[in-house]
Design a protein. Structure first.
Lengths: 128, 330
């Protein structure tokens, strides 16, 4: 039993070990010469590698509510810029500006700036 | 023939040696005098930063979609490349994948290199290790071991052996997974192999990679990169943990299949519209690698009035020419 458990742990470690991100080309992913701004409620903040993501529910240009996936920097990059996993919370009202994804159906944005009007917290910068 | 060997303690030992035995003894002595221990080879250890002076677009923000210019793609390689959609990378099954060892010369990061020494012999280097960003740690075995069976598992790191030729470390990598030769989906197959030439010139390191792929390339694809020794580069020894999540919820819906169908890639003409590069050049092929091809286009090429993409934005320290003045921007 104990041996089986050890084998299981080894197999699990092999399955999750040595993984990291596939660093995609931003130019191939986003329309980097265009900008889009959405304003709405933050529903999830995944502070992680390879890239952090902020999920925001906000209306699109046709006033239809969408869940926007906003791509940000890796956790280490953001940490060095003062952003931690506790910086943003679900329910925060935020205004996000960035480059729209090439496929409109993805509802995806590359983060350029984010503002939380309630306390004036904001971030703007470049991450890769 | 009689050879006298000093046996120490003031005594002499006389030994009869044949000429061939004598010749062998002389050769052994010469070999011992001229051979150098492994540590006398070039020391590659250190943090090697990537200054991005070469091909900034490819190494930093990433290449444009459907930019296969100067890639020796086969027809199969081009077809596969055109199916690629960036949305694939955001799917949970793919977002934590690593690139192949070829990414060490096309990726964004610098390199950390360190030796592994024989625990018994001490100063004998049995392997060099290379780490960076987005590829698994590469082990260059220096102990003469053979490559595994062609049916062996292909890990993210591939399998690499190396040997010194003068002051150049020549490595050979097999057993790579299928991957990319450019970050816009231009593919390499799991049958690709790579030969690298690693040369240190003081504080600079040149790595020249020659990728050969019988499936997706028609000729070897050669990329050369220079790295600069930088003790402050702080390059990671192992890849950071990657946590798969639903990055883009609209992609994690049943029935969503990101790759484009054949003939449906919407970005085929984008480089032609933005940079006026003919679409047959954009789609690559071996002939687009050579200067002769550029000369052929020169007669008909009309440069756009203004650069609208990759004009030096977000490239600290790189002053690029972005207009017809021919002068770098301040």
């Amino acid at each position: 039993m104990k041996r089986s458990l050890v084998m299981l742990l080894v197999a699990a470690a092999a399955a999750v070990g040595n993984r990291a991100d596939a660093h995609h080309s931003f130019a191939a992913t986003y329309l980097e010469t265009q900008e889009i701004t959405v304003e709405g409620e933050l529903v999830q903040f995944a502070f992680r590698n390879p890239h952090s993501f902020v999920q925001v529910t906000a209306p699109d240009a046709d006033n239809v509510m969408q869940r926007w996936a906003v791509e940000w920097g890796a956790s280490g990059q953001l940490n060095s810029q003062g952003v931690t996993r506790d910086t943003l919370k679900p329910g925060d009202h935020v205004i996000v500006m960035g480059s729209p994804g090439r496929n409109p159906a993805d509802h995806r944005i590359r983060m350029k700036t984010i503002l939380r009007p309630k306390d004036g917290w904001k971030w703007g910068g470049v991450v890769d | 023939m009689v050879a006298r060997v000093d046996a120490g303690h003031g005594g002499n030992v006389a030994t009869h040696m044949t000429p061939s035995l004598m010749a062998r003894a002389v050769l052994i002595v010469i070999a011992m005098l001229v051979s150098r221990p492994a540590l006398a080879q070039v020391d590659l250890a250190g943090m090697w930063a990537s200054p991005h002076h070469q091909n900034w677009m490819e190494r930093d923000p990433g290449s444009n979609p459907v930019d296969y210019l100067a890639l020796p793609l086969s027809d199969a390689g081009r077809e596969k490349a055109l199916l690629y959609s960036y949305s694939q990378m955001a799917q949970m099954a793919h977002q934590c994948s690593l690139y192949t060892p070829f990414y060490s010369v096309i990726g964004v990061s610098g390199l950390k290199i360190w030796p592994e020494t024989d625990p018994v012999a001490g100063n004998k280097i049995i392997a060099w290790k290379l780490s960076g960003f987005n590829f698994d740690v590469i082990t260059i075995w220096m102990d003469g071991r053979p490559h595994p069976s062609k049916n062996a598992f292909h890990p993210y790191s591939g399998f690499t052996t190396g040997a010194w030729k003068g002051e150049t470390l020549i490595t050979h990598t097999t057993h790579m997974k299928a991957g990319f030769v450019r970050r816009n989906g231009a593919p390499s197959s799991d049958q690709a192999t790579m030969t690298q030439y690693i040369i240190r010139h003081g504080d600079l390191l040149t790595m020249t990679a020659v990728l050969e792929d019988p499936i997706y390339l028609t000729q070897p694809y050669v990329v050369s990169r220079i790295f600069r020794l930088d003790p402050h580069a702080n390059i990671r020894t192992t890849e950071g943990a990657c946590e798969p999540i639903s990055e883009v919820p609209d992609l994690d819906v049943a029935g969503v299949v990101p790759p484009y169908l054949p003939g449906k890639n919407p970005f085929v003409n984008e480089l032609t519209e933005v940079y006026h590069i003919p679409v047959e050049a954009v789609l690559g092929g071996a002939e687009t690698m050579y200067p002769e091809y550029r000369r052929r286009l020169k007669e008909t090429y009309v440069r756009p009035d203004k650069c609208v993409r990759y004009c030096g934005q977000n490239a600290p320290g790189l002053h690029m020419i972005i207009d017809g003045s021919g002068k770098p921007q301040p």
